[in-house]
Design a protein around this ligand. Structure first.
Ligand code: A2P
Length: 288
């Protein structure tokens, strides 16, 4: 018998009964980590047939409480960027906890063994296919907008396509940076990635974390730090230009719009899409 042989119950010679999932498109939670009182990440099993591109998102959620009138239950779903890379056998997500948020007020209490709903239809614009070839890739995130970059930072193509990978992360407090910082640190010790992508691949990464409402080594919004030139000076790179730089943006709406404006009107970059690759792409970090 090899790994692919279906297991049968010797006593009855019948296939053992599978535990019936209680939810449609159910996946099982395998790990939950709480980073701050407002942030957590979790892993779930991956549907066997699900293929996605690093940087894409899927709809996930839980069943709503029964409608008091009809007794019917409906799924409550939200778009979540997949934080794990396309090759991973599990799927990871990074989420805020909103006290009165319809989904996250409940989702934050999930435990290993619980089930969530995961609709296996990945989509999104933060994919390598939507960008023209370049020398340097920039990832710009605020808050949980780090999630798609957690995927792309573990994606071999990121390092095959670019000489330099710059990730900026702006958060209100220092604690909100921890998930991203630990993930980037972990790449150094990741034996599999160092073997597959090449020993020391992580040296291509320049990490630029900033906070806006709590003291940290670097304070300020990344947009302001770019306008003043401080960010470029500290990173040791010239301002973005269409010949060498490509960028992906994932943050709150105001951040996305401000960066888009800066890219188009100051740096001369053009927005791309899956159907028409160009210099930068944008995705909203989805909030509850
Ligand atoms: P700030 O504290 O100055 O508003 P939020 O939690 O509101 O989504 O914000 C996450 C981070 O994004 C915060 O550090 C916030 O800074 C920053 N931010 C919000 N809007 C912008 C913007 N238009 N440009 C740059 N950073 C922004």
């Amino acid at each position: 018998m090899n790994e692919m042989t279906p297991v049968t119950d010797i006593a009855t010679n019948a296939a053992p009964e599978k535990a019936k999932p209680a939810l449609p498109d159910a996946q099982t939670v395998t790990e939950v980590k709480h980073w701050t009182d407002k942030l957590f990440s979790f892993k779930v099993t991956r549907p066997a047939s699900l293929r996605f591109r690093s940087g894409e998102f899927v709809m996930i959620g839980l069943m709503n409480d029964p409608d008091p009138k009809t007794g019917k239950v409906k799924p409550l779903l939200r778009a979540y960027s997949i934080a794990s890379p396309s090759w991973d056998e599990e799927m990871e997500f990074y989420s805020i906890k909103v006290e009165d948020g319809p989904l996250t007020s409940r989702l934050q209490h999930i435990q290993p063994g619980d089930e969530i709903i995961l609709r296996p239809k990945p989509v999104g614009t933060l994919v390598h296919d939507a960008l023209l070839p370049g020398k340097r890739i920039w990832f710009f995130a605020t808050g949980t907008g780090f999630a798609p970059f957690a995927s792309l930072l573990r994606e071999p193509q990121t390092y095959e396509d670019y000489d330099e990978v710059i990730i900026t992360h702006t958060c209100r407090t220092a604690g909100e940076l921890t998930y991203g910082r630990e993930l980037i640190e972990s790449l150094k010790e990741d034996e599999l990635l160092n073997e597959v992508i090449g020993e020391g691949f992580w040296k291509k990464i320049k990490y630029y974390p900033t906070t806006t409402r709590e003291e940290s080594p670097k304070m300020g919004r990344i947009t302001d730090l770019m306008r003043s030139g401080e960010a470029f000076a500290e990173l040791g790179v010239p301002p973005l230009n269409p010949e060498s730089d490509r960028a992906m943006i994932c943050g709150n709406l105001a951040f996305n719009l401000e960066l888009k404006d800066l890219f188009e009107n100051t740096y001369g970059l053009e927005e791309g899409a899956n159907s028409k690759p160009a210099h930068f792409v944008v995705e909203k970090a989805f909030l509850d």
